[in-house]
Design a protein around this ligand. Structure first.
Ligand code: PLP
Length: 371
């Protein structure tokens, strides 16, 4: 007989998932109701409004995709890229590489703007790419590169797309609720995120928002969207306003209770207060790490407060340290990804996990393991 699974109580300070608030975990266990129940439809409307607040947008098409961040990414690409389209893709870490893959799988041509891992996307290089490729119809970039802990200038990049009559696709999986993100003020067109980072919700849902210009492009497509599940025109039959809320797929009812609760918590705290909390705890962590003789991998002006990349000191066994933290302190921190594997640790301070308590827990445990 296989027995029930009871996970230990870890402290999640890696690149995500982050610690889920007990309020959110409580919400998941509420009674399941039908996904077309009038009360559930009311909850869906509230989630849309709360997501508009989180994204700082009035976009009508603002919904949670019933699948993880990667599905939100695909939803943006499959709906906006048609075969033969040229898309400028900025890559300064792992996730820009996935964008390229998405463009090519949609039959588009990806023009890459590459920057070193640990550096932000260069606005100048992106401008030069537009000059060389005036036919580009889209610009895609990652606002907060989780693989490196770097923030890029999303406002400037979205403005650059507009100047060149292109739409922007912006990855905000790690930025939403952790740092400033102003979809309407910046003029971002297709924006996707995840629930498992600074929203401190359970993993597996991807909030997305599409501007009126993006919706117009979707409605005027000549080719059918290659994915049935992620075709926004079909999804809108369930999530859209002024529709009968017809069955499209069975919504993850309890997961959406969780998302609603996490968004209610964000609204209670206020976006600006949430950003200030992330910044405060980040500064405390950095001060503590530097006092221990460790150094940060990213220049101060480009650091993400919610994802701290730390250089692994010479001669220290990366995996042994992370294993000791997990086994002896129930504390998870992240390994370096891709080009930074073995060179950095990634310490998350995301959402509910961004607390003075976690800063102290992490510094104390790391000091004990390293000494
Ligand atoms: N984009 C970024 C920047 C991410 O950090 C992640 C996940 O960590 C994703 C996309 C993919 O999200 P998911 O793992 O939820 O599919």
């Amino acid at each position: 007989m296989t027995s029930s699974f009871f996970p230990p109580q870890r402290t999640l300070m890696g690149p995500g998932p982050s610690d889920v608030s007990p309020r959110v975990l409580g919400a998941v266990s509420r009674p399941t109701i039908g996904h077309l129940d009038p009360l559930f439809v009311q909850l869906m409307d509230e989630i849309k409004g709360l997501l508009q607040y989180a994204f700082q947008t009035e976009n009508e098409l603002t919904i949670p995709v019933s699948a993880p961040g990667s599905a939100g990414m695909e939803a943006c690409f499959v709906n906006l890229v048609s075969p033969g389209d040229t898309v400028i893709v900025c890559q300064n870490g792992v996730f820009g590489g996935r964008m390229k893959e998405n463009v090519e799988r949609c039959g588009g041509i990806a023009v890459m703007v590459e920057d070193a891992w640990g550096e932000p996307v260069s606005v100048d290089k992106t401008r030069a790419a537009f000059a060389e490729h005036p036919e580009a119809t889209l610009l895609a970039f990652v606002h907060a590169e989780t693989s490196t802990g770097v923030k890029s200038d999303a406002a400037a990049l979205c403005a650059l797309a507009k100047e060149n009559n292109a739409l922007s696709i912006v990855d905000t999986v790690t930025s939403l609720a952790g740092i400033e993100l102003k979809v309407d003020a910046w003029g971002a067109d297709a924006v996707y995120s995840g629930t498992q980072k600074c929203l401190s919700c359970i993993p597996g849902i991807s909030p997305v928002t599409f501007s009126p210009a993006a919706v117009e492009r979707i409605q005027n497509r000549e080719h059918k969207v290659q994915s049935w599940f992620l075709d926004m025109q079909l999804v809108m039959g369930y999530w859209g306003a002024n529709t009968k809320r017809a069955y499209h797929h069975t919504a993850p009812v309890n997961d959406l209770y969780a998302l609603h609760e996490s968004l209610v918590m964000l609204q209670e705290e206020g976006l600006e207060n949430a950003h200030a909390r992330h910044q405060r705890n980040h500064e405390a962590l950095v001060a503590g790490l530097e006092a221990m003789g460790l150094s940060m991998a990213v220049a101060a002006e480009h650091r993400l407060p919610q994802l701290n990349a730390v250089n692994i000191p010479e001669g220290v066994d990366d995996a042994a340290v992370r294993t000791a933290l997990l086994q002896d302190f129930n504390l998870e921190i992240g390994a370096g990804l891709g080009a930074l594997a073995g060179k950095t640790w990634r310490i998350g301070l995301m959402g509910y996990a961004s607390s003075p308590r976690n800063v102290v827990t992490c510094l104390t445990a790391l000091e004990a393991v390293l000494s």
